[in-house]
Ligand binder design. Structure first.
Ligand code: GDP
Length: 295
């Protein structure tokens, strides 16, 4: 992943080598390469523009540091800016003062939402936080079965009311059950559609309004690239998200999605999905991601 981006930057760095300071003339080409690379990595155009202009400001204003090659200084500026855009440090999952912590999972179908719900439950249990999963996707009967199977696999209870019940009611009763049983965190898996539609958004809004979650996590498929920007904007505007999980980071995704989510919503990516297995979830670290982007 990010190999193409790293190669691009590599050629940009070469242009800076041999120059004894960062000047307007010699960073122009490097900035062009950064821009091109990020666009090729499927980052959103607006996000890239803002990013590059910020890097330019910082590069031009940078004091020349004795003994540090300008290309290295430029790399550091790009790296630091990437880290800043993606959120500085890992932001852990909220933990409510009074149990249960309520986590609402949102996103399109096929992004890995159901898998991510189970992954998150397993991750939290390893931190000694007991969990319950709630199946509200009544439109795809297979979705309830899928969550039940995952729950069984990791030994986490799944609350469901079949596919005839109202999703809002399932969510409400699921939270009630979790509260009654003293469960630490309840994770609500919701229905996704292949495309954003108003019914889906309205239902999600009603679930959110009813259960008042501590976290509303948008599950974003890293492979969707540019689309991640529109998706983030729509969900954040209409529902309000508190963070995101970027899935399928084990694939050959170009990673541009990582840049868009935080820049557009102001909310952090909290975890990345790195495989189909239920253990394949890792906390998101902006500095690691930036280093990967720079190769
Ligand atoms: P949902 O429709 O959003 O609930 O998506 P699912 O959880 O059913 O996942 C859709 C497909 O993506 C399944 O085949 C999952 O195994 C796969 N998947 C989910 N997360 C990841 C991931 O991080 N990496 C890879 N490679 N596959 C994933």
């Amino acid at each position: 992943m990010f190999d193409a981006l790293a190669d691009r930057l590599e050629s940009a760095w070469k242009k800076l080598r041999g120059q004894d300071k960062i000047s307007e003339a010699n960073i122009k080409e490097a900035l062009r390469e950064v821009r091109r690379a990020l666009l090729e990595a499927d980052a959103n155009l607006q996000v890239v523009k803002e990013f590059v202009s910020e890097v330019e400001k910082k590069a031009l204003g940078a004091e020349v540091i004795a003994g540090v090659r300008p290309d290295q200084q430029f790399i550091k500026i790009v790296h630091d800016e990437l880290v800043e855009v993606m959120g500085e440090a890992n932001v852990p999952l909220a933990h409510a003062d009074t149990a249960p912590t309520i986590v609402l999972m949102a996103g399109l179908q096929g992004t890995g939402k159901t898998t991510a719900s189970a992954k998150l439950a397993l991750h939290l249990r390893k931190l000694e936080r007991s969990c319950m999963l709630v199946a509200t996707d009544v439109y795809r009967p297979a979705a309830i079965d899928q969550l039940l199977a995952l729950g069984q696999q990791i030994n986490i209870p799944v609350f469901e009311m079949g596919s005839d019940a109202d999703p809002v009611e399932i969510a409400r009763q699921g939270v009630e059950r979790a509260r009654a049983e003293g469960v630490d965190t309840v994770i609500i898996d919701t229905a996704g559609r292949l495309q954003i539609d108003q019914d889906m958004m309205a239902e999600l809004a009603r679930i959110k309004e009813t259960v008042q979650p501590n976290e509303t996590l948008l599950v974003v498929d890293a492979m969707t690239g540019q689309e991640a920007a529109t998706l983030t904007r729509t969900f954040h505007d209409q529902i309000g998200i508190t963070g995101a999980i970027l899935t399928k980071m084990d694939g050959d995704s170009r990673g541009g999605a990582a840049l868009s989510v935080r820049q557009i919503s102001g909310q952090p990516i909290k975890f990345i999905g790195v495989g189909e297995k239920v253990e394949a979830l890792q906390p998101f670290y902006p500095d690691r991601m930036a280093s990967r982007i720079l190769g």
